[in-house]
Design a protein around this ligand. Structure first.
Ligand code: 6PG
Length: 236
């Protein structure tokens, strides 16, 4: 698998670097397939990238936003990944509402919501593989990515594209894409910043065989490879 790492002085430079590549991937996707389909990540790290993207020239009617994972909380909850994206990006741009594929978090159970989002993905991709033009991913200190945590049965899932899981983190109830989707990605950017990520990055680099790695982030092997954006604090 192709894998590249770039290290930036700080989160601002990292975000500018990631935006530049995002726009390049977007232009290629639109030229080749007429649309740009992106799976967004949550957490704190991508907020600056989203805020910068809000001011970059973008044909928003060609862009489709999905989320690779979501916390099972109301859309206005401060922990909602959708809310973070809405505040930094969505409310500032003219994207058609039908292009914003929000993870439902108001169904009777997270399992029902996972089924609904799985069905939405299948309807969107039709007979094609769920190959996102770009998937953004983060890295947790114990090696999780999206909401795939170490030891989770979701890591072995071959059929379902979206699953409800109980995370050993707050909030526990979450929905996540499975590797059945994430391994198809045409482009995958990992955004990792902060000194608290240094140890896990070193552990990932030392992994002899990523296919059996205990760290979910190492087990995602997207078709198009991975590009890692690190800040100096994480990557030094
Ligand atoms: C989530 C995520 C998660 C995140 C990492 C890193 O919803 O929690 O998508 O996988 O990317 O936990 O989070 P930070 O960027 O906040 O460090």
């Amino acid at each position: 698998m192709k894998m590249e790492t770039r290290v930036f002085p700080d989160i601002d430079a990292l975000s500018r670097g990631a935006l530049e590549e995002l726009l390049r991937v977007m232009q290629d996707a639109i030229r080749q397939r007429g649309r740009f389909v992106i799976a967004l990540s949550g957490g704190h790290t991508p907020a600056k990238l989203y805020a910068l993207w809000a001011h970059a020239e973008t044909p928003w009617d060609r862009v489709h936003l999905f989320w690779g994972d979501e916390r099972y909380v109301q859309q206005d909850d401060p922990l909602s990944n959708y809310r973070m994206t809405r505040e930094t990006l969505i409310k500032h741009v003219a994207i058609p509402a039908g292009n914003v594929h929000v993870v439902p978090t108001d169904l009777p159970t997270p399992e029902k919501a996972a089924e609904a989002y799985d069905a939405e993905l299948r309807a969107f991709f039709g007979a094609e593989a769920p190959a996102f033009d770009l998937q953004l991913l983060g890295l947790g200190v114990e090696g999780h990515t999206a909401s795939l945590f170490p030891g989770s049965p979701a890591l072995e899932e071959k059929q379902r594209w979206v699953m409800a899981i109980e995370a050993p983190a707050k909030p526990a109830r979450r929905l996540t894409f499975t590797p059945a989707v994430l391994d198809q990605g045409r482009n995958t950017f990992f955004l990792v910043a902060g000194a608290d990520k240094r140890e896990i990055l070193a552990a990932l680099r030392a992994e002899p065989d990523s296919k059996v790695s205990q760290y979910p982030a190492a087990r995602i092997r997207p078709v198009g490879g991975t590009l890692w954006f690190l800040d100096q604090a994480a990557g030094s």
